[in-house]
Design a protein around this ligand. Structure first.
Ligand code: ADP
Ligand code: ZN
Ligand code: ZN
Length: 740
């Protein structure tokens, strides 16, 4: 066997751990040493024996062998490492897979310690008997006092709720709470506690029995000795959450712990309370509103063994449980599981890696799985389970596709088709609610000249400025603002006007069409203030309006039982985005939007308006046909060579000097062409990114595709090293991004 070298991080409490130190691995240790092991190595001037972590093992080294020292001893092997050691091993894996420095990876995985402060916490406690409270509820309903109704209803159910929860999730003002306290309905009590964002005593009150389909899934996953990872493909409302909870209960019964990842947006009050009702105090929740200290406290409680279950967004994956048995990723397809900052890890792949280190299972759940997950399930890498029926028996909605070209031919130039108008009229008469969804990222139109075609652009970014109600133009990328010009800045023509339809325009059309209807709009403008988002949703939930108009924001996670109509205006827009995932995203959005209709007793209708009504993404979404969509989309990815058919890594370069950036990127391509692995990869670019300039920084990208992930990783490591050592790369930033 050749000489083996270990790259080791010495003492992670030091700030200098950005670099690793290379050590010789003695012959006798070669079969015993693993990445993630804690070892003892001689370090520093006096060769003091110091604790270190093995983050890489290689057969080559760039250092002088005669000066290298050997690893002394394996203190803790990977089979008996502590939770923290395993998290460090996970960080090493992330660094290697996604490209970052070790310190960036470690900071992602292990939150920085902050002094723990005890904090006073307020709780609201119900003072009325149930009968009195119900009496009062009827009174509030009659008086149309919605805020008080909401709070009392929650209190009747829970008896006490944390103050922050009332103000946050229930959207109540302090004055409502004060008034109700003065009337003796509730009292507020301050308790000195270990900061817990939620705190309830509910265990045991839970008694939903799984149906046949759910039980099969639970038993299948639980007894599976072959697959670490399972994919649960179940339509919205099929009872996936109940499946998760049963698996969690079994995990906890074995003295092991569970992590549940959810996209932030689906963390609704109802979902939270479902988990609390079932698991009581052994659960904790982190979300983006917690301060760093509060988040640290929750991780501390996990480490101390005070809780068994952690729910939260992406970063909850790093909860320091030492006996982790289960990781659940709900809405597995959500883009928010991919980190946008270095290391750009994907929570799905990172969860699977962590589960491997911990001997845990992973369950991925979605109504519209990502192509990656479904592909791997079909390959047999994951176990696949399907749930096709809604658990409470309600039917899937009726879907109609309206051809907007036909609509134009019939002389209707409105954004609302004849069909949609009729359906809206009907539902308004029946006093039912509806949602109009604009599949679009821009929130308002852009300004363009009809004489010369000039489009008003941001001076710092390669994007058009968006026109807002208040007569100003805004750049959504850098925040640049300018007054709307009255003549074309290029040719001086006065024929300059707004193009494109934003939510504001839709709102105007709808208000004109249905003057008596209550309309709410949710977009960038209306949600700017803190909690604006939740206030609008709460108002709609309380049926303070008939129609909710919005962008992507309104689609996800929310359960409005009185919504029986969903109108999707211009379904195709996102199909034209320059991203190979555009079709997948459109299908997911349409399917989810359609899934908003008819969640309650009444059945629902969905109307999809499209200029491209035969497109498979749209027809498949209208039939709620995931498998049909998957087959079409996968054959396209195979043909065009996109993930998951191949692995793809992008190299994003940014810099203020365009020519210099081009040279720097060109050189990286040249280097790759000279590498021995070059025959196994395809390199595309450099080309300008779809937005070539943001905030005066030019942006270029290189794509590298290949069948073998190891090869891509190896190339990345070589380039990373080169970039780090080379002067020419000081003034540009190069970031690696692995698609997976
Ligand atoms: P999903 O997570 O797939 O959207 P949920 O688990 O939220 O589905 O279930 C949808 C609804 O059906 C919830 O109100 C839930 O309480 C109910 N439900 C789920 N499973 C059962 C069951 N076995 N018996 C009765 N109701 C159920
Ligand atoms: Zn002009
Ligand atoms: Zn800009």
């Amino acid at each position: 066997m050749g000489q083996l070298y270990a790259n080791i991080i010495v003492d992670i409490s030091q700030e200098k751990l950005d670099r690793t130190f290379s050590y010789l691995v003695p012959e006798t240790m070669q079969n015993l040493i693993h990445i993630g092991d804690v070892v003892e190595v001689p370090f520093g001037k006096g060769n003091r024996l110091t604790k270190g972590y093995v983050v890489e093992l290689t057969g080559t080294t760039q250092y002088q062998i005669s000066k290298m020292k050997p690893v002394q001893e394996i203190l803790v092997g990977t089979d008996q490492t502590t939770g923290e050691d395993r998290l460090i091993a996970l960080a090493a894996w992330m660094r290697n897979t996604y490209g970052s420095t070790m310190i960036q990876a470690l900071k992602t995985v292990i939150p920085i310690k902050k002094k723990i402060r005890q904090k006073e916490r307020k709780t609201l406690i119900l003072l009325l008997s149930d009968a009195e409270a119900e009496e009062k509820l009827r009174f509030y309903a009659k008086k149309n006092q919605k805020a008080r109704y909401r709070l009392l209803e929650a209190l009747l159910e829970e008896k006490e709720i944390p103050y922050e929860l009332a103000v946050g999730k229930l959207n109540l003002s302090a004055s409502v709470i004060r008034t109700m306290a003065e009337q003796g309905i509730l009292k507020t009590e301050s308790v000195l506690v270990y900061r817990n964002p939620l705190h309830q005593k509910h265990q045991g009150a839970y008694n939903i029995a799984l149906n046949e389909e759910q039980r099969k899934v639970v038993d299948g996953i639980w007894n599976d000795k072959v697959h670490r990872t399972s994919l649960l493909h179940g339509v919205t409302g099929s009872g996936k959450t109940e499946v998760y909870m049963e698996l969690i209960a079994r995990t906890v019964a074995q003295q092991r712990q569970a992590i549940v990842l959810i996209p932030e947006i689906s963390l609704t009050y109802q979902t939270v309370m479902r988990f609390y009702r079932r698991f009581g105090e052994r659960i904790s929740i982190i979300h983006s509103r917690l301060s760093a200290g509060e988040k640290y406290d929750q991780f501390q409680r996990a480490q101390n063994g005070d809780i068994d279950i952690m729910i939260g967004p992406r970063s909850a994956l790093f909860t320091p449980f030492s006996r982790l048995g289960l990781i659940i990723i709900d809405e597995e397809h959500e883009p928010s599981y991919k980190s946008e900052t270095t290391p750009r890890y994907h929570a799905r792949e990172t969860a699977i890696e962590r589960a491997k280190l911990e001997g845990a299972k992973v369950v991925l759940g979605s109504a519209t799985p990502s192509l990656e997950a479904y592909y791997r399930a079909k390959q047999g890498k994951y176990a696949l389970y399907t749930m096709t029926k809604r658990a409470r028996g309600s039917a899937l909605p009726d879907v109609e596709i309206v051809d907007m070209r036909e609509e134009l031919r019939n002389g209707n130039r409105s954004v609302i088709s004849q069909s949609l108008k009729e359906a809206m009229t009907e539902k308004l008469q029946a006093k039912e609610q509806m949602m109009l969804f604009l599949n679009r990222r821009g929130y308002a139109g852009f300004l363009s000249c009809r004489s010369c075609g000039h489009v008003v652009m941001c001076p710092h970014c390669d994007v058009s400025l968006s026109v807002h109600n208040h007569g100003r133009m805004v750049c959504h990328y850098c925040g640049y603002e300018a007054k709307k010009p009255v003549v074309c800045p290029k040719c001086g023509s006065t024929f300059i006007s707004t193009f494109g339809t934003g939510t504001q325009q839709v709102e105007q059309v709808v208000k004109k069409m249905f003057p008596e209807a209550g309309v709410l709009r949710m977009d960038m403008d209306t949600t700017r203030e803190k909690d604006g988002h939740e206030k609008i949703l709460a108002a709609f939930q309380n049926q303070e309006a008939d129609i909710l108009i919005g962008t992507q924001m309104i689609v996800k996670g929310h359960d409005f039982p009185n919504v029986t109509l969903v109108g999707i205006l211009a379904a195709d827009l996102s199909l034209y985005a320059q991203d190979y995932k555009a079709g997948e995203r459109t299908f997911q959005l349409l399917t989810q939007a359609a899934g908003r209709a008819g969640r309650g007793e009444k059945s629902g209708n969905v109307i999809i308006q499209s200029y491209d009504p035969e497109h498979y993404c749209i027809t498949a979404a209208s039939r709620q046909d995931y498998c049909g969509f998957y087959e079409e989309e996968m054959s396209y990815r195979m043909l065009a060579g996109y993930p998951p058919a191949v692995y793809m890594m992008s190299l994003h370069g940014t810099g203020k000097d365009e020519a210099h950036l081009q040279t720097a990127m060109d050189y990286l391509v040249k280097m790759m062409q000279r590498m021995p692995e070059s025959a196994r990869i395809r390199v595309l670019g450099p080309t300008a990114e779809s937005i070539g300039k943001i905030q005066d920084e030019y942006r270029k990208v290189i794509y590298i595709k290949g069948e073998d992930l190891q090869i891509l990783t190896g190339i990345k490591n070589k380039l990373e090293k080169y970039i780090k050592m080379n002067e020419g790369y000081r003034t540009v930033q190069i970031q690696f991004d692995l698609e997976n």
